[in-house]
Write a protein that binds this ligand. Structure first.
Ligand code: CMC
Length: 379
């Protein structure tokens, strides 16, 4: 194979055929199973969208009721998983705690019965149901508190916020959180989804697949960017400091977090929706000075980098929304994971339906026929 054929980061290289989601990075279009993200954000909810992604069609009312009921029933986690999580250091990052606890589910449930639709459904239900409970359990336990039990009378998003804060959330806050989950549920072959697909292609169990995807999502170039955005806005500190900050960053060739995307060369459609949600939250619960800094930074980055197609991505405004919802900064990426489990599971199901193990090739750049140097002769 010629070195010309090598694409660093596999840029532009199709890794699969998929009917789950579609992105047009020039026009700023994102569709799940052909339905625009704007329409789903306005009319659907996270669980209905998860069903759509995984099974390919919108559920009937009866199918949705049954799916929601099953998820409600499976939200609790085994006390042995809770006890294991109690031993995690409270200084550990919640993404590491989530990765370890997602993998631990496999100790209890793995059977690898991949030909059986009931096994697939049970794994989908368990993972969608239990991941938020595990995120919330670590959050409360690291503060020295007992985790709260999920509340059966609350919907998915309401219950997530309740378990994180121990308070029944305001209906607008819960609806906005639900839309955030919908927006983050799926996004074609990004790094964590690719990681999930590679792991799935070995026909391993779904808990190992989700654990590997969680590990991949955590990096600052992927899901971890939303945490870094808040740190950056705090460092900027004031609207007046936006321009000097940007100049200094650009001179040192540092990346501006929350900007740029491998596929989108315009503002990410999810960032547009998230900005609208941020404004709704600020209107009801009070304005956040970091929002003004963020808007100014977006304008100044557009002047400096817009011609290169560098605009806000999904992580730019999501942090501001989560912060206003009272979610601690280091839980932003676990919240991203709660949502993205839906997309990872959809790709797991699609992968095993058309499976061929991933085994790419490489262009070898090393030496040949090198003599072994005895220890005493090494410099
Ligand atoms: N700030 C400044 N310059 C940038 C940025 C940015 N945020 N993003 C890209 N560039 C420049 C980059 O320096 C490079 O310039 P040059 O050609 O002169 O070396 C050029 O644009 C191409 O950048 P790249 O890193 O090679 O592009 P990529 O397609 O490999 O990376 C990206 C995409 C998202 C990793 C990158 O834009 C980035 O690091 N952004 C900041 C981190 C971030 O916000 N990540 C969240 C991504 S969206 C959600 C998700 O995937 O989870």
């Amino acid at each position: 194979m010629s070195a010309d054929a090598y694409k660093p980061g596999l840029e532009g290289v199709p890794a699969t055929q998929s009917s789950i989601s579609f992105v047009d990075g020039k026009q700023g279009i994102l569709e799940y199973r052909g339905i625009s993200i704007e329409e789903l954000a306005a009319k659907s909810n996270f669980l209905e969208t998860a069903y759509l992604l995984i099974w390919g069609v919108l559920p009937t009312q009866e199918e949705l009721d049954e799916f929601e009921h099953e998820i409600r029933f499976h939200r609790r986690i085994k006390y042995r998983i809770r006890d294991m999580m109690k031993c995690f250091p409270e200084s550990g990052h919640p993404m590491d705690a989530l990765q370890a606890s997602a993998a631990a589910l496999g100790l209890f449930y793995s059977r690898r019965d991949l030909e059986n639709p009931a096994y697939i459904r049970a794994a989908v239900v368990r993972l969608l149901a239990k991941i938020p409970t595990m995120v919330a359990a670590f959050q409360l336990m690291r503060k020295g508190n007992d985790p709260v039990q999920p509340r059966d009378d609350l919907g998915y998003a309401d219950n997530c916020l309740y378990m994180l804060s121990e308070q029944k959330p305001d209906p607008l806050a819960a609806r906005i959180f639900d839309v955030c989950l919908t927006l983050h549920a799926e996004h074609t072959i990004n790094a964590s989804t690719f990681s999930a697909m590679v792991t799935a292609s070995t026909l391993t169990d779904p808990y190992a697949i989700i654990a590997s995807a969680v590990g991949t999502l955590g990096g600052p170039l992927h899901g971890g960017a939303n945490e870094e955005v808040i740190a950056m806005l705090e460092e900027i500190g004031s609207v007046e400091n936006v321009r000097p900050f940007l100049q200094q960053r650009l001179q040192s060739k540092a990346k501006i977090m929350g900007f740029g995307h491998r596929v989108y060369k315009v503002k990410d459609p999810r960032a547009i929706i998230l900005q609208g949600l941020a404004e709704q939250l600020f209107e009801k619960f009070g304005r956040d000075q970091y929002y003004d800094i963020a808007v100014e930074l977006e304008n100044v980055v557009a002047e400096e980098l817009g011609h290169r197609g560098i605009y806000p991505n999904v992580d730019y405004y999501s942090g501001l929304v989560y912060r206003k919802l009272g979610i601690p900064t280091d839980l932003f990426t676990p919240v991203f994971a709660i949502a993205r489990v839906a997309g990872w599971l959809a790709h797991w199901k699609e992968q095993i339906e058309q499976n061929r193990i991933f085994r790419p090739t490489q262009i070898y750049t090393g030496q040949h026929n090198v003599a072994y140097t005895p220890m005493a002769e090494r410099l």
